[in-house]
Design a protein around this ligand. Structure first.
Ligand SMILES: *Cc1c(COP(=O)(O)O)cnc(C)c1O
Length: 421
């Protein structure tokens, strides 16, 4: 089930007025839904002492959303300087931030280590020398390579650019220890949008084994393992949701067995993005043109600058038309934006009720990797973001981009260079 019944029950009756007040297109996020998911995650893992979620900022980098995550007790997973700034502005303490960059620059290391630092997650052996100072607490990203087949979306770990190999793991922690680190964590992320929770359970078992291997070789102890994000959401109505409670039970089982066998267990960290906010957002857009050629088209006032996933991954996003709900008639259409790119389509050959100009369409599951992925190709601007509050109030939490924003990078001090003759 895409957008939850609870969200649509509260949004559908007001969405016309919201659109009238704020103008379309917009993403709107459901505060109650987000908080419920946060609490369900915490509750499911509460038997593991010290369980912590670091919300993956890239999924929905909006200060109002990050404030909600902070209030729910979450930390933040960042991988760029603007994401670090967003997390710190949300009130994150150093150990509330996990900095998981790759192909890292010196500027990024400096920013990560400033302001009291953060939990630094190193992506390669070569970076041990490049960190300006080795922090007391250090983590490495582990890539299992051929020991693990990837899930469908993230691909094979062997072909992934991330992390250190299995053979490098002991050496990485040995060198970090030599350079002064005294506290350790191990991270991995091998799934994306995975609905089969056994894959995530398997990841927890795998990372615990690596921890024990490194501990036996070096005599160091690990404070935490971070099993990454990648929890999936059902984008299609016929998909079943990930069984969070059962996944948590089985992961807790892995931790219990590990503790019984070795007499200790690290804390469990996670950095979900999509699962936390994905289903709790929709993109509301108005039909502005219909067109009947070789196929039937509905043109809307949003385009892939607002939501790239259909064009980029041929991803399915469910679409509903609240005003036409219950219509017995159906049409088969492509729902398109106005970018001069034929893949600028929110839906291809989709069965929908007959749509007229000015109808509002809701494109579901835009709450993660939606607005955040938008771009300005073809002079297209990103839409505004709204929050449907728990008290029913709708608040603007980011304005739409304006033409002045597009032209802002053309304002600069004149500069040029000429080769010496
Ligand atoms: C993107 C990303 C996440 C979040 O992934 P989701 O699929 O949104 O859960 C977590 N950790 C890292 C390192 C990432 O790059």
């Amino acid at each position: 089930m895409p957008m939850s019944d609870s969200f649509s029950r509260r949004l559908n009756p007001i969405v016309d007025e919201v659109a009238g007040h704020f103008g379309t297109p917009f993403h709107i996020y459901d505060e109650a839904g987000i908080r419920n998911t946060c609490r369900a995650l915490k509750e499911a893992f509460s038997p593991i002492e010290g369980f912590q979620e670091y919300f993956a900022v890239k999924a929905l980098p909006n200060p109002t959303i990050l404030k909600i995550m902070k209030e729910e007790g979450f930390g933040f997973d960042c991988s760029s300087i603007p994401e670090l700034i967003l997390a710190r502005q949300a009130g994150a303490t150093p150990e509330d931030i996990m900095f998981t960059s790759n192909n890292t620059t010196q500027e990024e290391f400096d920013a990560a280590l400033s302001d009291g630092g953060c939990i630094l997650n190193l992506d390669d052996l070569s970076l041990i020398e490049k960190v300006p100072v080795m922090p007391e607490l250090i983590c490495f990203r582990y890539n299992p390579g051929p020991r693990r087949t990837g899930n469908v979306i993230i691909g094979s770990p062997e072909e992934a650019k991330y992390g250190i190999t299995h053979d490098q793991a002991i050496e990485a922690f040995r060198q970090a220890h030599e350079r002064g680190a005294t506290r350790f964590g191990l991270h991995t992320m091998v799934a994306s949008n995975e609905l089969d929770f056994s894959y995530i359970v398997e990841t927890a078992r795998m990372i615990l084994e690596v921890v024990q291997e490194v501990k036996e070789a070096l005599g160091i102890t690990f404070e935490f393992v971070n099993i990454g994000g990648g929890l999936g959401i059902p984008y299609r109505p016929d998909q079943t949701a990930l069984d969070l409670e059962e996944m948590a039970r089985q992961i807790i089982g892995e931790f219990d067995r590990f503790r019984e066998k070795y007499g200790y267990a690290p804390r469990l960290y996670m950095e979900s993005g999509r699962y936390m906010t994905g289903p709790h957002g929709v993109l509301a857009t108005r039909a502005i043109n219909t067109k009947d050629i070789y196929r039937q088209y509905v043109g809307v006032d949003a385009c892939m600058s607002a939501l790239m996933r259909p064009a980029l991954y041929e991803a399915y996003h469910h679409i509903t038309v609240p005003a036409r709900e219950g219509s017995p008639e159906k049409i088969i259409v492509d729902v398109v934006g106005s970018l001069c790119e034929n893949n600028d389509k929110f839906a291809v050959q989709r069965e929908l009720p007959p749509i007229e100009d000015q109808d509002l369409l809701l494109i579901h599951d835009s709450g993660a990797h939606g607005h955040a992925m938008g771009f300005n190709y073809n002079g297209r601007l990103r839409p505004k973001e709204l929050l449907l509050g728990e008290d029913g109030r709708v608040e603007l939490i980011r304005r739409e981009e304006k033409i002045e924003d597009y032209f802002a990078t053309f304002e600069f001090d004149p500069d040029s260079w000429q080769p010496a003759t």
